[in-house]
Structure formats: C-alpha cells, structure tokens
Design a protein around this ligand. Sequence first.
Ligand SMILES: NC(=O)c1ccc[n+]([C@@H]2O[C@H](COP(=O)([O-])OP(=O)(O)OC[C@H]3O[C@@H](n4cnc5c(N)ncnc54)[C@H](OP(=O)(O)O)[C@@H]3O)[C@@H](O)[C@H]2O)c1
Length: 326
Amino acid sequence: MATSIPESMRAIVVHEAGGPEVLRLEQRPVPALRPGWSLVRVRARGLNHSEVFTRQGLSPSVRLPRVLGIECVGEVAATTDPLRLPVGQKVVSIMGEMGRAFDGSYADYALLPNEQIHPIESSLPWEALAAIPETCYTAYGSLLNLHLEAGQTVLVRGATSGVGMAFAKLARSMAPGLHLVGTTRSEARTGLLLKGGYDDTVLDLDGTLQVEGRPYQRVLELVGPATLRDTCSHVSAGGIVCSTGQLGGVWYMEDFDPIVDLPSNGFLTSFYSGNVDEERLAGLISYVEEKDVDVGPAAVFSLGHMADAHRFLEGSKGFGKVVVTE
Ligand SMILES: NC(=O)c1ccc[n+]([C@@H]2O[C@H](COP(=O)([O-])OP(=O)(O)OC[C@H]3O[C@@H](n4cnc5c(N)ncnc54)[C@H](OP(=O)(O)O)[C@@H]3O)[C@@H](O)[C@H]2O)c1
C-alpha cells in the first residue's frame, strides 16, 4: 500500500567527515519498500549531539556516505504492516541504528524497520512534536523511574543539558511541590537554570559537590560514572539515583562498592531511550499536549538549512531542542 510518492527526494548526505559544510543537500531516489520495513514521510526531526560527533567522524562504526538523523516524526507513506502502520498513520521513530547503520531522518523520506516505527495520536504541530522524542522521552523515563513525591529535594547533575532542562519542565508539571536543584560547571549559567524551572543551583567545578550532608532524596545523574560515587554520598537514606547520562566522558566505573557507596536502603536505577515503550511514549505525548508543557523547540530550521542547524547546535551548549522541519 502506498500514497503517491515521488521518485526522488531531498536528502542531506555526508560524504566525508568534517564541519557543518559537509552536510550536502542532494536529490536522491526515494528508498524502495522491502519486507519488514516501511517508508516514513519525515515531517520534522530533532537534532542530537551524537549527530555532530558522527558528522565529525567520531563514530567509527558509521560508514560514509550516510544520511544522518537518529529520530523523526512523520507519517507512514508506504507500508509492509498495514494493520499496525497504515498509510497516513502519524508515527515517531527513535534510534535503532537509524542514521548510523542505515540512512536516517535528514531526508524527505526514511525507510525504517517496522519495529522501530511507533504509531502515535497527536494534534501538536510537527515542530512541537519533534521536540519530544529522545531528549524529552529520556527525561520522562528517568522521571518515572525516580518515583518523585511532593516535598522532595531533587538534584539534577548536568542540569543545563537538554535532558536536564526537559526534566525540570516535566517535573514541575507532574510532581508539584518539589525542590529542584541543578548543577552546572559555569557560574554564568546558573541564572538560566533558575529561569528554566530550577529553585536552586550548585556549582560542579571538579566533580566533588561542596554540599553538606545528604540533602537529596532523588538524583538524576547526567554526568554519569565520572561523578556517580560523589553523587551517592549526598543522597539521603532510602533515596533513588537514576544514572541516565555520561556527560563526564566516563562510561564505566571501577572504584564503586555498592554496599558502601549506595545510600542506606537506597536504589540505583537508569533509563535507556533505545528501549522504546510505546505506551510510555504515547503517554508522554498526550501529557505534553493536554497540560501544554513547554518542552521546546529552542530553535527551528528547514531541511535546506541543516548546516546552519548544526552550527547552532554546536554553539548552543545544550539549552533546548533544535528541530529541523521540511
Ligand atoms: N540513557 C539514554 O537513553 C540517553 C538518551 C539521551 C541522552 N542521554 C545522555 O544524557 C546526557 C545529556 O544529553 P543531552 O543531549 O541533553 O546533553 P547536552 O544538551 O549536549 O548537554 C550539554 C551540557 O552538558 C554539560 N557538560 C558538558 N560536558 C560536561 C562535563 N565534562 N561534565 C559535566 N557536564 C558537562 C554542559 O553543562 P555546563 O557547561 O553548564 O556544566 C552542557 O550544558 C548525555 O550524556 C547523553 O548521552 C542518555
């Protein structure tokens, strides 16, 4: 089954690693349908720092030329699963090697495996919808895993990140009465955190927080293994730490003794956006729409200006989602 689909489409193709100028706008054939995959008409896509790294040649597994883009929102244009993914169905897709092992969302159409195409219902404009997957979904999943309760003091380590800012917006709306504290390494950015929904800020200058005792009942750890041990030392008994990010550039821990380092009767959890739970994703989208939660985007570009979008992303230092529309 298919709608009327043109033979060729616009695509942003990277042939060699480099600066934003290597993102070349080209005409390419629209990918042909194959068993188990469906064609999505991409209406908008959120950008991610991982795409900047791939463009720069820092993703060794990615072979060039490649159409980048690890997430998108759009409609099914041609399908091999008409029951779950009928033509015209609104969909979201995230991760699953899109834009890495196979061509991604920086094009008018993307051919994607059916299992990573998720049907959704929403009347949000495309650019608002595109700000939700990945960053906001990661914040939401982490938030649910933290089991927040009114009155708690919650620390977000790496709060100026896209995930940290989305977390503040969602937490404010979903669990009123929290005391939200965010860290940044930069004094100059504390004002932006307060404007973005945080009640208080702590400077995180050398990986050791200058904080007395164990004031936090919940922590979203986005700096990751580089600071997790120090984070745990500030969490009260029975507290929960959700380690979701790796901003500190350290991926594993060697010097962590769970018996000693975890807070007394506490919990350590995580969240991975690659494990998409369709119900959770749909729940997030309808929550954002119904409650009118302002999750972005911070900036919107059109597909023909992808290089400008990458320049903006590289210079934006993480405040809000950058979205590229048609
Ligand atoms: N688990 C998952 O499924 C999942 C999904 C999405 C993202 N993530 C992870 O979540 C984290 C946040 O992602 P994002 O896209 O929101 O990040 P982002 O917007 O790129 O974050 C930028 C922020 O990171 C902070 N930062 C940069 N280097 C740092 C360092 N060495 N130590 C401490 N802070 C540093 C900076 O804060 P200051 O300069 O203000 O300190 C900056 O504002 C990343 O580690 C990402 O990989 C995980």
